[in-house]
Design a binder for this molecule. Structure first.
Ligand code: ARG
Length: 390
């Protein structure tokens, strides 16, 4: 009888390298799937190592464009920030990776899928909910949750014993997840919430002290809530995010240090770096201030929170997500225009904005010439407004 096949979400890191061998030792044929979501890692080296460890096949999927257009842009339109801070970079990448793995599993006729997440995090939930939705009945392995290797050192010793080629040393301090939309850093010294992160903890964003002492402006154009151009130049979605990451990082934008509430009930200290996101959220919000009416803005705030929780909790492929997108898309009909952002020592702030669908009326707002607001109507309005309280 031929061996049972398992498709493993493989990153080239320590956990998933060891997982290849662990699954093989359990008697499975291992097919690796590596997603390129813009983490900038050397996929060729990782692929070579997968074969050296014993993987039968190793697919590399370039998901960058789909990740930006189908995951990141909807999150921007929704205004989703988990607990008001985290742009969900890691959380958004899990359903797209898991979905792509299910496709591979179907093609390869594999009954099993596997991931390298621990039993304490959110990522296991995001992977597995997607597996179950996209391929009901599929069986899941979570080696890191199941094996006896308790620490990183145990894994490294296991790798040495089994002759698994790895690039990691026992010294590594942090657990880092990286994609186009952001970098998540946790663990090691960060586990003490009182400890200020050392500057070298951040991967791409310079400290504010080292940012240029002169501000720089960048303009972003949106079409129906989606960023389409930078400084007047239309850009491909991936290129646009990379460009904003680069300029933002230079000005120290998008560093976040937070204590967040994981789905499994624990609090954890997380560091994020998301410079493009800092620019885009500031700009998108500024445009909504101009284009949306008051009641839609107010209602949408609740939708933003709901959306961010849904993404964080791994519920991307659910009816609620479809329904929220439908609402958000209606609100974005008028969110077209241009915003200029001033970047200076860690802060992205709106400098100017314009939209062909602006609801701002200078004639009504002005205290100068050309005022058309009939102030005599205010008295009657206030009398009736106050009536119930009299
Ligand atoms: N806490 C974040 C989340 O749940 C990031 C997790 C990233 N993982 C890591 N290995 N740093 O979305």
């Amino acid at each position: 009888m031929s061996k049972k096949k398992v498709v493993l979400a493989y990153s080239g890191g320590l956990d998933t390298s060891v997982a290849i061998r662990w699954l093989m030792d359990k008697g499975y044929e291992v097919i690796c799937y590596m997603a390129d979501v813009g983490q900038g890692a050397d996929t060729k080296d990782a692929r070579d190592r997968a074969f050296k460890i014993g993987a039968k096949k190793c697919f590399v999927g370039d998901l960058k464009k789909k990740f930006v257009t189908d995951y990141v842009f909807p999150a921007i339109k929704a205004g989703a920030l988990y607990q008001g801070k985290y742009n969900l970079a890691t959380a958004l990448s899990r359903p797209i990776i898991a979905d792509a793995m299910v496709e591979v599993a179907k093609k390869e006729k594999a009954d099993f899928v596997a991931h390298g997440c621990t039993g304490k995090g959110n990522d296991q939930v995001r992977f597995e909910v997607t597996f179950h939705v996209k391929a009901p009945g599929i069986k899941v392995f979570a080696p890191v949750r199941e094996w006896e290797l308790k620490t990183r050192e145990d894994e490294i010793d296991y790798a040495a014993k089994k002759g698994i080629p790895i690039n990691q040393t026992k010294k590594k301090l942090y657990s880092i997840d990286h994609n186009l939309w952001g970098i998540s850093v946790e663990g090691g010294p960060l586990e003490d919430p009182w400890l200020e992160p050392l500057d070298n903890t951040y991967v791409s964003v310079v400290p504010p002290e080292k940012a240029p002492s002169k501000p720089e402006y960048v303009s972003v154009s949106f079409k129906k809530g989606v960023p389409v151009a930078v400084n007047g130049k239309t850009m491909d979605p991936v290129e646009l995010i990379m460009k904003l990451n680069k300029i933002g990082a230079k000005h120290s934008l998008g560093r976040i240090d937070m204590i967040e509430d994981r789905l499994v009930g624990i609090k954890s200290r997380e560091l994020y770096e998301a410079p493009a996101s800092a620019i885009l959220y500031e700009a998108h919000t500024a445009l909504e201030e101009l284009a949306l009416d008051r009641e839609t803005r107010r209602f949408k705030k609740g939708v933003s929170d709901c959306y961010s929780e849904l993404v964080y909790y791994g519920l991307w492929f659910t009816p609620l997500k479809v329904a929220l997108d439908a609402f958000v898309d209606v609100t974005q009909e008028r969110v077209t225009g241009e915003v200029r952002i001033k970047m200076y020592k860690g802060k992205a702030s709106v400098a100017s904005r314009k939209s062909p669908f602006s609801r701002y009326s200078k004639k009504l707002a002005t205290y100068g010439e050309g005022d058309v607001f009939d102030q005599s109507l205010a008295k009657g309005f206030i009398d009736i407004w106050a009536m119930p309280y009299k």
